[in-house]
Design a protein around this ligand. Structure first.
Ligand SMILES: *Cc1c(COP(=O)(O)O)cnc(C)c1O
Length: 402
C-alpha cells in the first residue's frame, strides 16, 4: 500500500501562548508600546525581557533589539569593526550574516565547512592569517556547534574576537555551557521561524560592559540607557554616549510581552523539537545512502530543523528527489541550486562580497537537504516524513537499496 501524502505545512508555527497574547494586548491597551514610554514606577516589558533572558542565558547583560540581523550589525560595530575590515564567517550560513558584515562596511571572508556542517578549523587558521581579520562572526547554522572548546583556544591563539550567531542555537549547549557565552557576544533572533516568535526581534548578550554600553547606544537608546533590564552601570556611558551613533533598532513592548511566556516554555519546546528531530533522524539512519551530520556527545542541540546528505547523488538526482518528495507533500530545501530560492542562498549569490573559491563547501552543499520541523508537526507526522524520505532516496539510489 502506498504511503499517504503528507499534508502538514513546513512553515506553520504554533500560535503565541495565551499568556503572551494577553500581555501584548495589555500593552496595546496601555498605549505604552515604545520601550522607554513607562508610567511612574513601572518597568517596561522590554526591560523585563532583557532581565529574564540574561538570567536564562547566564549572561551579565542582554539588549533587546529589532531583529537578529540588527543584533549582529550592532555587535560587529560595538566590537570595533570599521569600514574595510575583513570579518571571518563560515560559508554555510544565511544571507543576514554576510549582510550584517556588509552593513557595517566589512568585507566577508568565508571559511570552509566540514561534512558535519561546522566551520573547518584548518581553513579558519589559513583565512585568519591570510586576511588579517580580527573578528570571527561564527554562525551556528542550522544548530550545528563546532568543537567550541577548540574554537575558543584557536581564537585566543589567533587573537580573534568571536561573535556567535545563535539564531539556530538558542538553548543549545556545548559541554554544559550555553551557546552564545563562548565569545564576546551572542546574537539571537526571535523572528517567526526561530526558537521564540515575535514576528521580528532579536537579543544580544555579553558579559562585557564597555561593549554592551556601545551596543545599547547603537540600538537607539538616546540618553535613556538607564531604562534597561540587564544593562551596564550608567557610569559606563559617560563617554560612550557621546561617541556612538544611534542607529534605531529597538524592540517594542508588544513583542517583548509576547516573548516572556515563550521564554518560560523554551525548555519544553526544545524537548518537543528534539523528540521530532531524533525520530526522523533515526529513520533516515537506516538508509545506507543517507549521511547525517555527526552530533558530538558534548553538544546538546536544538532539533528545530534537520539536515542530511546523499553524497552519491548528482545534480539531476538531487532535483528528482526534491520533485518526488514535493509531490507527496514533503518540502525539502536544497543548498545545491545555482539560483537562490526562498530563504536559501549561498556565497555564490552574495555578490557584494569579493568572489571566493570554496570547493569543499560547494561540494558538501551540492548534496545537502534541509527541512524545518515546526512544533505543529505531530510525532506521527514526523514518522511519515521519515518514511517518505527513505522511500524516495532508496528508489533513486538503487545500489544502496536494502
Ligand atoms: C534568521 C537568521 C538570522 C537573522 O535573524 P533575523 O531576525 O531574521 O534578522 C541570522 N542568522 C541565521 C543563521 C538565521 O537563520
Amino acid at each position: 500500500m502506498p504511503l499517504p501524502s503528507f499534508t502538514g505545512s513546513f512553515t506553520q508555527q504554533p500560535p503565541i501562548p495565551d499568556a503572551g497574547i494577553e500581555a501584548a494586548v495589555a500593552v496595546m491597551r496601555s498605549g505604552r508600546l515604545h520601550r522607554y514610554n513607562m508610567a511612574p514606577g513601572e518597568d517596561s516589558e522590554a526591560m523585563a525581557l532583557e532581565r529574564a533572558y540574561a538570567s536564562w542565558q547566564g549572561a551579565r547583560y542582554c539588549l533587546a533589539v529589532a531583529s537578529g540581523g540588527q543584533a549582529m550589525q550592532i555587535a560587529l560595530r560595538a566590537a570595533g569593526v570599521a569600514p574595510g575590515d575583513a570579518v571571518l564567517t563560515n560559508a554555510f550560513t544565511l544571507a543576514p550574516v554576510p549582510g550584517a558584515v556588509a552593513a557595517v562596511g566589512g568585507q566577508p571572508v568565508f571559511v570552509e565547512i566540514t561534512g558535519d556542517l561546522v566551520i573547518d578549523f584548518d581553513d579558519l587558521l589559513r583565512k585568519a592569517e591570510g586576511s588579517g581579520a580580527r573578528v570571527l562572526l561564527l554562525s551556528h547554522m542550522r544548530g550545528h556547534l563546532c568543537d567550541m572548546d577548540r574554537l575558543t583556544r584557536l581564537a585566543a591563539d589567533l587573537r580573534l574576537t568571536v561573535i556567535e550567531d545563535c539564531a539556530h542555537t538558542m538553548g543549545a549547549l556545548w559541554n554544559g555551557r550555553r551557546s552564545g557565552n563562548f565569545g564576546l557576544a551572542g546574537c539571537f533572533s526571535t523572528q517567526t521561524y526561530k526558537h521564540m516568535n515575535s514576528g521580528e526581534g532579536g537579543l544580544l548578550t555579553s558579559d562585557d560592559a564597555d561593549f554592551m554600553a556601545r551596543a545599547t547606544i547603537l540600538s537607539g537608546s538616546y540618553m535613556l540607557y538607564a531604562r534597561h533590564g540587564a544593562g551596564p552601570d550608567p557610569r559606563m556611558f559617560d563617554q560612550i554616549r557621546l561617541e556612538t551613533p544611534n542607529t534605531s533598532a529597538r524592540m517594542d513592548n508588544v513583542r517583548a510581552a509576547m516573548l516572556l511566556p515563550q521564554l518560560a516554555a523554551l525548555d519544553t519546546s526544545i524537548a518537543a523539537w528534539n523528540e521530532r528531530h531524533d525520530l526522523i533522524a533515526a529513520s533516515l539512519a537506516r538508509c545506507p545512502a543517507i549521511v547525517l551530520p555527526n552530533r558530538p556527545a558534548a553538544e546538546r542541540y536544538v532539533g528545530s530543523s534537520l539536515q542530511f546528505r546523499v553524497p552519491d547523488f548528482d545534480e539531476s538526482q538531487a532535483r528528482e528527489l526534491l520533485a518526488r518528495l514535493a509531490a507527496v507533500g514533503v518540502e525539502l530545501k536544497w543548498f545545491g541550486a545555482a539560483q537562490p530560492v526562498g530563504f536559501t542562498s549561498t556565497h555564490k549569490s552574495w555578490r557584494y562580497a569579493r568572489a571566493q573559491g570554496l570547493p569543499r563547501t560547494d561540494s558538501i552543499l551540492s548534496t545537502l537537504f534541509d527541512m524545518r520541523l515546526p512544533l505543529t508537526f505531530s510525532l506521527d507526522d514526523c514518522a511519515l516524513i521519515g518514511e517518505h524520505i527513505v522511500a524516495e532516496v532508496s528508489a533513486l539510489a538503487p545500489r544502496h537499496a536494502a
